[in-house]
Design a protein around this ligand. Structure first.
Ligand SMILES: Nc1ncnc2c1ncn2[C@@H]1O[C@H](COP(=O)(O)OP(=O)(O)OP(=O)(O)O)[C@@H](O)[C@H]1O
Ligand SMILES: [Mg+2]
Length: 565
């Protein structure tokens, strides 16, 4: 007899379960996908001890017919596809007939269901470790309830990898939340250890749901849509503006044909667009919906269906990048003035909170965005254009009176934005205006910076920095882009951040501008007005290239409140 044996059914089922069911969160994901495929309107998810003790998902969907109740726990048993053609045209969330089989293999499951339109009551089936313990008739309302206990009781290695209750519950929230956005017209309730974590009522507006879930204000969401009829593609984006900056990437959602997915490339595409307006280490909020012909998406590339392959992904990414750029540059609002006094009672409802997630979300928004009135970008540009210069403070801030609001321009940040856009334009067109030095400026640098310089001095030259090696520890600057006031700071910034192989010119331009374009000098009225006018000519006027605001709007109401009027 040879060495090759067939694995037993019980080993096969555990291997398969290992791929589909990784944690309580993935069990819940499979169960709510089933509820959504069953056209449920209300989905109640109940969890105990991070899902380790109990996971229960209850829906009011079409239910399971009595004859199918045993079959649904068998491998490859599905009502969702039937032919090979269907596999390339998937419209439902499930299609493999593998989820219940896998969950049943590694836990103790009780499934109760009553099918829509069947009079003979319902059925309950008990599966433990892949074994059918029994089926009985029950009486219940239409819909399905699945209760999963003792997850991984027979796969101790997997059980060991379960984390604390809180961590597992966080995973659950993170997995469930995107479905609540995509299916905004359904009700979702999540209960943990008897306490309601959230209860989202059906909404008629997807943005309302997105804002509710992410704990953000609707007025900070910018909307864009692009339809490519000939390719059967629709892209829809909801982008958080400059006022929504977060220390972690936990408010970014991507959907392909309404299925929540992970996509590095789409995520990168959108985040890259924000790099122009956000500082480092803070992240935007966004929801991206990509709709395309089901045949142009391959959902079958990963056992959990979370990764998908898109036909023409490169093309879609570039259209998406253009769309996001357009939306962000045309519509972005200025950062809002911060109000740091206790709110009045009537303002309380305006305050942004994340009540439902508060017990698990410890991250704070970076900026306080509790404030009243705001101009839209268009209105803001107009108002700022007409505003009258009234003076400056500490050679840092320029004041412009616009009647019902006072605009404060950060002279330095504004200057950086203006310079950066100018440099970028020049570099892109290949015509950089260089200011040459009669005697070179010698800059001492460290060995690490020297290696960066050696690798990149040709790129620097393209950008207008004419440099040569002076000695083992110094570089000589012979020329630099016009408008940079302090070429030494610029060069240090560029070299100090490490290698720039792989950096695009925009990144280098940002580094060059940082701190190197103006020097807290006294500004005359004509110059202040010039800065304001140039700023308004910029593509993205209201943030400096490093993400700080250039203009802050203070409304009359703001001042009135300060004086308790
Ligand atoms: N909540 C539910 N309501 C109604 N029918 C359900 C429900 N859950 C499961 N079913 C039925 O059981 C079948 C098997 O479910 P299962 O999740 O194992 O596979 P699937 O959803 O078809 O595919 P996938 O493995 O990709 O999830 C489904 O095809 C469906 O007919
Ligand atoms: Mg399923």
């Amino acid at each position: 007899m040879g060495k090759v044996k067939f694995l037993s059914e019980s080993i096969v089922s555990r291997i398969s379960a290992g791929e589909v069911v990784e944690s309580p969160a993935s069990v819940i994901k499979e169960l709510i996908e089933n509820s959504l495929d069953a056209e449920a309107e209300n989905i109640i998810i109940e969890v105990h001890s991070g899902g380790k003790r109990l996971i229960s998902v209850k829906d009011d969907g079409v239910g399971v017919e009595p004859d199918d109740i045993e079959r649904i726990f068998k491998r490859h048993a599905t009502s969702k596809i039937g032919s090979l053609d269907d596999l390339y045209n998937i419209k439902s969330l499930g299609f493999r007939g593998e989820a219940l089989y896998s969950i049943g293999a590694v836990s103790d499951v009780l499934l109760q269901s009553k099918a829509r339109g069947f009079d003979d009551g319902g059925r309950e089936i008990h599966i433990r470790g892949g074994e059918n313990i029994g089926i009985r008739e029950i009486s219940r309302t239409e819909g399905t309830t699945v209760e999963v206990r003792e997850l991984f009781f027979n796969t101790p290695a997997r059980k060991k990898f379960l984390r604390s209750d809180t961590t597992e519950f966080r995973r659950i929230i993170n997995l469930v939340v995107p479905y609540t956005i995509a299916f905004y017209n359904k009700r979702f309730s999540l209960i943990h250890n008897g306490k309601i974590a959230f209860d989202y009522r059906p909404s008629s507006d997807i943005i309302d749901r997105f804002c509710e879930v992410a704990g953000i204000k609707k007025e900070y969401i910018l909307i864009g849509i692009r339809e490519l009829k000939e390719k059967d593609i629709v892209l829809q984006v909801f982008l958080g503006d400059i006022n929504l900056q977060f220390p972690v990437k936990n408010r970014q959602y991507i959907f392909v044909n309404n299925r929540p997915v992970y996509s590095r490339s789409i995520s990168y595409t959108v985040s890259h667009v924000y790099e122009d307006i956000f500082p480092r280490d803070v992240y935007p909020a966004f929801a991206i919906f990509i709709q395309l012909h089901p045949g142009d998406v391959d959902v079958n590339v990963h056992p959990t269906k979370r990764e998908v392959k898109l036909k023409e992904e490169g093309f879609i990414s570039s259209v998406l990048a253009d769309l996001c750029k357009e939306v962000l540059s045309k519509e972005a609002k200025a950062k809002v003035g911060v109000v740091s006094y206790p709110e009045r009672a009537e303002d309380a409802k305006e305050v942004v909170t994340t009540p439902s997630l508060s017990d698990v979300q410890t991250e704070q928004q970076l900026f306080d965005i509790k404030t009243g009135h705001l101009s839209t970008e268009k209105g803001l540009r107009e108002k700022l254009k007409m505003a009258v210069y009234t003076g400056c403070y500490k050679n840092k801030y320029l004041f412009f009176d616009a009647g019902d609001a006072l605009f404060v321009i950060d002279q330095h940040a504004a200057h950086e934005r203006i310079r950066y856009e100018l440099l970028k334009k020049q570099w892109e067109s290949g015509r950089v205006e260089v200011q040459r030095l009669l005697t070179p400026l010698i800059v001492k640098i460290n060995p690490e910076e020297m290696t960066v310089w050696k690798d990149g001095y040709e790129v620097l030259e393209e950008l207008g920095f004419l440099t040569t090696r002076w000695d083992a520890h110094s570089i000589a600057i012979h020329g630099f882009p016009k408008g940079i006031k302090n070429p030494e700071i610029a060069l240090r910034n560029i070299l100090g951040e490490g290698k720039f192989t792989g950096c695009d010119k925009e990144t280098i331009a940002k580094r060059a501008c940082k701190g190197a374009v103006s020097a807290g000098e006294r500004i005359r009225e004509e110059e202040a007005v010039y800065i304001r006018n140039e700023l308004l000519r910029c593509e993205i006027p209201f943030v400096c290239p490093h993400g700080r605001p250039t203009v802050v709007e203070f409304t009359e109401t703001f001042f009135d409140r300060q004086f308790l009027r």
